[in-house]
Design a protein around this ligand. Structure first.
Ligand code: SF4
Ligand code: SF4
Length: 278
């Protein structure tokens, strides 16, 4: 990735500033432009390194039948509105016509959701599931339904799920299908992002804390695909990790019922019945 190159250039630049003070404004502006461009273009590299599918089945086909309109839940802005970093949005705007800035059904709704979006991000919407361009999926598309889980001590230890979607997301209800390569690429992608944008780690640290609070109240254990390649359950109270198996993660909503009626190919993949999930 180019992150290191930028930093080396930055150090060289600072050295040069010490001897050419009069050129500071011009050089600084030039450097700022270069860094902005580098970061936007780096999203091409990030996307290329984070492309593995979550599973070897098209999970969209598994959840879409349960959504009105037959679109996967995470590709339907009635359920999830993707956010892109401003530099990422710059990259997408330059390279594809897949996306546009999201507008809600009413100005009030638009305003409300925009106000909730983190600083430095823009809410976007694609042309729809049938027109998806896989190479230009946003980082949020690639990461969903997972987010980087950050411990109380501020360590990015692995992936946990956006639990608000456990009623509708098939993957959250079938964690045994998640591929090790996907987990590995997810970790690498967010390691890269946190190096470039350290504030993002703080944001996910807040989100992880919120998950601990919610799961603590519900007396539930937090699922974690650890960066060491294993699956754990975390105690929200003391952060203790316990080895577990992803198929043991409890099912919710329609998937609880559907677990007794698996798709035929699931029987060959250690799906719900063969895996003995509840
Ligand atoms: S990640 Fe979840 S919500 Fe998105 S397509 Fe797959 S199963 Fe559906
Ligand atoms: S770009 Fe593809 S994966 Fe992302 S929301 Fe649109 S259809 Fe879904």
């Amino acid at each position: 990735m180019k992150a290191i190159i930028i930093d080396i250039n930055f150090a060289t630049f600072l050295e040069a500033l010490a001897t050419t003070g009069e050129w500071i404004p011009v050089l600084w502006y030039a450097l700022w432009l270069a860094m902005e461009r580098m970061i936007a273009e780096d999203f091409a590299g990030l996307y290329a390194c984070f492309h593995a599918p979550i599973a070897n089945v098209d999970c969209g086909q598994r959840c879409a039948p349960y959504n009105e309109g037959d679109a996967p839940f995470c590709c339907d802005t009635r359920h999830a509105v993707p956010a892109a970093y401003l530099v990422e949005w710059e990259y997408l705007e330059q390279h594809t016509d897949l996306w546009h800035v999201w507008e809600g059904k009413t100005p009030e709704l638009t305003e409300q959701l925009r106000a909730q979006a983190p600083d430095g991000q823009v809410l976007i919407e694609c042309k729809g599931y049938s027109l998806c361009q896989r190479d230009f999926r946003s980082l949020t598309c690639r990461a969903f339904p997972f987010f980087p889980y950050i411990t109380r001590q501020g360590q990015f230890v692995g992936l946990s799920c956006y639990w608000e979607y456990e009623q509708c997301c098939w993957v959250i209800n079938n964690l045994q299908v998640v591929s090790p390569l996907y987990v590995e690429q997810f970790v690498q992608a967010f390691d890269w992002l946190f190096t470039r944008m350290p504030d993002e780690l703080t944001l996910f640290q807040h989100f992880s804390r919120r998950m601990r609070r919610v799961f603590g109240r519900r007396h539930r254990l937090i699922p974690l695909f650890h960066r060491d390649g294993r699956f754990y359950k975390i105690s929200p109270r003391d952060g203790r990790l316990r080895r577990s198996a992803p198929e043991k993660y409890p099912k919710s909503g329609v998937y609880k019922i559907a677990a007794s009626l698996p798709f035929p190919d699931e029987l060959d993949q250690g799906g719900p019945e063969t895996a003995g999930a509840s």
